[in-house]
Write a protein that binds this ligand. Sequence first.
Ligand code: SF4
Length: 495
Amino acid sequence: MLPNTSRPGDGRLTHELDPQDQGPQDACGVFGVFAPGEDVSKLTFFGMYALQHRGQESAGVAVSNGERIMVFKDMGLVSQVFDEGTLNSLKGHLAIGHTRYSTTGASTWENAQPTFRSGPRGGLALAHNGNLTNTDELEAWLARRPGSTEVPHKKSMDSTNDTSLVTAMLATVDAPLEEAAREVMPLLKGAFCLVMMNEQTLVAARDPQGIRPLVLGRLEQGWVVASETAALDIVGATLVREVEPGEMVTIDAAGLRAERFAEARPKGCIFEYVYLARPDTVIAGRRIHNVRVKVGKILADECPAEADLVIPVPESGTPAAIGYAAQSGIPFGMGLVKNSYVGRTFIQPSDTMRKMGIRLKLNPLRDVIKGKRLVVVDDSIVRGNTQRQLVKMLREAGAAEVHVRISSPPVEWPCFYGIDFATRAELVAPGLSTEEICRAIGADSLGYISLDGLVRATHVPKDDLCRACFDGVYPVQVPTAQARELGLSENQEKS
Ligand code: SF4
């Protein structure tokens, strides 16, 4: 048998596909700008527009004119929440923005960001990408603060709750924002890229592991911070550098100051390379598209197939399919058309439409695939339902054989750092071998890239990457209750 590759049988998955059942979802994109003389609300709008893939449930902007902070946020896509009139009314020289994907059940207006609080020194707005893992400790800290009358309602693992908690913590410190952040940042554990502001100052901070990306850019008349470089490109900012893990950057009328609040212990999320980040984004000096093409080449070496055509599952499987085709010598073609606009509507499909499952999102090009032995390249398998429907659809469209190739290793563990995969019980990989998953999705063969192969494609040292969803080695303490549930040693910090 080929390494990491399996051949078929007649296994079946038990869950039906929910058309809203997406792949892994990121928990947000953040953007901040300090640029006197520029239309910062519009810059923030376009920055968030470029980060829309990181969260599609709500969007918001906080803007300051130096004296007053205004916040506007609502449910929906960036283009649904903001119009020209709204943006024109949000005047100032300093702004932050946020696009949000919520975990189940928390998709409400109240949970949209940026959050806002009044503190002893004025207003404070904050936006967060990631997930904190020590909210118990932080709530205890907040409860001990002099004059603190309130502890936010605790909902474990809800990222918005984390954000409200940090906002409340900062608001209890009677000091300039920079000093308040200096006091609070070292207390936070987990994944966090934060952008925060008062009336005069923008502060950005990244957790000591640098799990989620955050970059600093230069405008002619100011500075930008953003989750991804693609957001710098769209507003015409030049990439200066990444905000370092454990670093805090403060920008105000006096200029930019950078300082460390913790020693850097890099553990960048490897899944950003697989799926989360935009292909045109650059992380650790490498364009994501190029890394994904390289992943496809390694995948072709590790999991070859006898086939006539390589097709991607658009769009996230496309670069790896290009790489697979180049390395294997099998022609590349587009065999599936994606309806890009189905993604996250707020309209629940009818039962009839629900039965259409994957056809709401993907439609096969029959003329291209009829009679062909296909290699189908996708980025990941989470629950397995999507791939099962996909294989069935391709066979119905006339494919002679369907060989599924996956540009990430099996997802075996949940993520506690801001990505909503599923619970461990919902993941297909922990309970089944590759061969069994192949049978379950009905493919002729199935192959995953190895973890070492994926790491090699990133050019980042393995020890500097979080790979926990693949190998279960969590680089930052997992909340006690969840650690127990998964049978991890309590308060583990494995590396
Ligand atoms: S567990 Fe996976 S998705 Fe989560 S931060 Fe680590 S590598 Fe990324």
